[in-house]
Design a protein around this ligand. Structure first.
Ligand code: GLN
Length: 407
């Protein structure tokens, strides 16, 4: 049985032309071919035992019926504390926080709740695949601002040029999947200036907020000169127009729990909830107290994970270089690194990724799937996930090093 569905003649036109999500396709390719899966970004180790136990305890303790639509109070309180502790953001747990079924639902509900048919949104390209699918389903158009290899920086001029009189919103992702870019203070400021100037609503996907590496480098515009994740909502003029989305999956290695959240001004949260209530009604009851427990009692876990991931990143980056697949730049955050495969004679990253299981027994993700023009800036780029055990990464790079990868 295929685990994804392709649009058919019976599928409504709002989904026309949208392929099955590349992550599921590539994961099933990995299973079919017995390949090492460096495609879909999910860790191959569980989150901390205390977190797992808290969920089991919640189930045993009877947290098995509908939770409140906006989430259980303990989790909303824990999220308020989280935003205060990390970023100095103050929120009202009753009106400015809602729990969602993963960030993917938060993205869908935010767009359904806030966007009118015909609206235009500015997005960083390459775009995470659910953004484009949901924009199309909402009848909205996208205006790309392309992040280009090797370093994937945001060009403020391109950002300004992307805005038209129909532009109503920005959908921003930092730390950025698939490029691993972490926007700098100057880049965020450019986004904020454009948003204020054109009175745009901003939806930010910050699911990799805690996965910015200690060696991410300097940021001359940061108060202490250190490059880190900065929520756009903390910039001047942004708190009142930014809906911030995140989740527990990446920070605590429980991507299958699907617990996400949205924080921001009450009218923006209300708009999201207007849609969310008809999508999932409420989100998984026993996971919510468990996530509240993690945020409160296990606050060091994301840092531990981040430090471990930095070592895994280096293992993969060094191994890829040794295998003739050097990364375009060492990523500052996320789970992902990118290689350019054009020097091996491939003019198409999808063709490379489809050949890779047979050539090397490894699966990766073609970045061109996240670009409007498959022959454009992402054509030769391939994304590798490094959120895997060290022996898995070692096996993958050994396979790559001993394979014939030339076209
Ligand atoms: N966020 C994960 C990735 O980028 C995949 C999530 C999904 O499969 N939809 O690899």
């Amino acid at each position: 049985m295929p685990d994804t569905s392709r649009p058919t003649s019976r599928t409504a036109s709002r989904w026309a032309g949208i392929p099955p999500t590349v992550f599921a396709e590539m994961s099933s390719l990995a299973v079919r071919t017995g390949s090492v899966n460096l495609g879909q970004g999910f860790p191959d180790e569980d989150g901390p035992a205390g977190l797992l136990e808290a969920a089991a305890e919640a189930i045993r303790g009877g947290a098995n019926q509908y939770a409140p639509g906006r989430g259980v109070p303990a989790l909303r309180e824990a999220l308020v504390e989280h935003q205060r502790r990390h970023y100095g953001i103050e929120l009202d747990p009753d009106t400015q926080v809602t729990v969602t079924t993963g960030c993917t639902e938060a993205i869908a509900a935010a767009l359904m709740g806030l966007v009118e048919p015909g609206d235009e949104g500015v997005l960083l390209e390459p775009y995470y695949d659910s953004y484009t699918a949901m924009l199309q389903a909402c009848g909205a158009a996208r205006r790309p601002v392309t992040l280009r290899a090797p370093d994937f920086r945001l060009d403020p001029e391109a950002l300004r040029a992307a805005v038209t009189p129909r532009t109503r919103f920005v959908l921003l992702n930092t730390p950025h999947n698939p490029t691993g870019t972490v926007l700098t203070e100057a880049e965020l400021r450019a986004v904020a200036e454009v948003a204020v100037e054109h009175d745009l609503t901003v939806i930010t996907d910050e699911v990799y907020e805690h996965l910015v590496f200690p060696d991410a480098g300097t940021d001359p515009d940061a108060p202490d000169g250190v490059r880190r994740h900065v929520p756009l909502s903390t910039l001047p003029g942004m708190a009142e127009r930014t809906l911030t989305l995140s989740s527990v999956g990446k920070s605590y290695s429980v991507t299958g729990w699907k617990v996400g959240w949205a924080t921001g001004p009450a009218p923006l949260v209300d708009a999201l909830v207007a849609a969310k209530q008809w999508l999932t009604y409420t989100s998984g009851s026993p996971f919510q107290p468990a996530v509240a427990h993690a945020l409160r009692e296990l606050p060091d876990e994301p840092r531990r994970l981040r430090d471990a991931l930095q070592g895994k990143r280096d293992l993969l980056v060094d191994g890829l270089a040794g295998a003739g697949l050097p990364v375009t730049t060492t990523p500052a955050g996320t789970y992902f690194a990118t290689s350019d495969v054009s020097h091996l004679g491939w003019d198409d990253g999808l063709a490379f990724c489809l050949a890779l299981p047979e050539r090397a027994g490894v699966v990766a993700i073609p970045t061109q799937m996240f670009h409007d023009d498959p022959h454009g800036a992402g054509r030769h780029l391939v994304r590798w996930a490094f959120c895997k055990r060290e022996e898995v990464l070692t096996e993958a790079v050994e396979r790559l090093a001993s394979a014939d990868l030339a076209r």
